[in-house]
Design a protein around this ligand. Sequence first.
Ligand code: EPZ
Length: 418
Amino acid sequence: MASLKISGGNPLYGKLSVQGSKNAVLPMMAAALLLPGETQLAGCPRISDVEAMAEVLRACGAVVRWQDTVLCINASEVVPADIPAESTKRTRACVLLLGALLARCRRAVMARPGGCAIGERPIDLHLYALRKLGADITMLGEELLCCEAERLTGGEISFRFPSVGATQNAILAAVLAKGTTRIHNAAAEPEVVWLCRFLNRAGAGIAGGGTAHLEIEGGRPLHAVSFEVPPDRIVAGTYMAAVLSAGGEALLKRVCPEELSAVTKVLSAAGAVIRRTEEGLLVKKKGRLRAFDYLCTAPYPGFPTDMQSQLLALAVCADGTTVLEEKIFESRFHIVNEFNRMGADIYLDESCAIVNGVRVLQGGRVEARDLRGAAALVVGALAAEGTTIIDGAEYIYRGYEDVAGDLRRLGAALNEGE
Ligand code: EPZ
């Protein structure tokens, strides 16, 4: 188990450029299977989820290689290889290959992804959407899902919940379906918008990206593209939280401020100084933060669930009480026990964490069990008295390209260890 060792108390100063977005590039990697020729994803983050997805694309016949920071995917030849459990459990975004392989090869066989530390993660909405486009879905044995369609045809899809992944899977299948597909109650997250932009650049006809209603004109000829991976809004938000925890002032370059508006609004109301400059976003801690009172996660443009843990890490030492309600995933409070072992005062009540701010945390040995929980423990450890060792650091490498290097460059006392 990998660990991070952090000595708290160093304020952070300097500039850093935010990496490419994990949750934008993974769907683009799946979409590359639809595109004959070599697609180039510039500014692709070198994170373990991307490496894992690349392995699965290679198993499906794509040639995937790095050229500096550009990930090149040649999908001239694609075969519908069965996608095994170790891939789908390891990288849940593999589920997006159902739509892509069904569209390109008319067949996709995949082990059901199953749950993870933050929740059951069902895929019923994904399967509902693919069936609406003509897929025949059966089980092969206990674990393997088999999706087949002689020809996908456009249809009407109405989601009961605006699932990001199910919306992306529906888009990936619909772009090669015969006829028009309309998706209602679609997810409007930036990562859906970027997938639409990527596919439209490749020749698709998708309208309504970023709204709840998408219209996809299927069957247009698609071609490989070169595309710049957008900056990761959650990594940017995490580094904002790191500065507001440790103290100091930092300039984050390569940020889309409008994608972070729900986060910056909450942080500014708590006393953070956040200002747009021509270079990016300036973040400065000016005295102790005020508590967030009540914060509830919601689909975009609401407060993002992927920033809930990092804001909890700030609430533990804010002045006053914060009620954090997690409405997207059913078990995203694993770090509560870890923070309480560092001296925090948090208790859980159903889907809420009630956080009474304390003066300071005490360093100790804690364990992460999911990606954003690991990031939150780093945020908390930066301000804690003494040294904190975070076990389970391998989770953070799934989404953060160089969190240790980035924070050390800003002045953090942080070492990686086994
Ligand atoms: C994406 O997951 C992100 N992952 C998640 O980021 C993010 O938290 C989530 O969207 C919400 O923004 C990637 O993009 C790779 P959902 P996804 O489908 O698509 C339920 C991170 O830390 N649901 O919008 O799986 C589901 O159980 C990760 O980077 C169904 O019930 O999210 C959950 O409660 C974590 N049936 C809710 O919807 C379905 O078929 C939101 O899930 C699908 C989802």
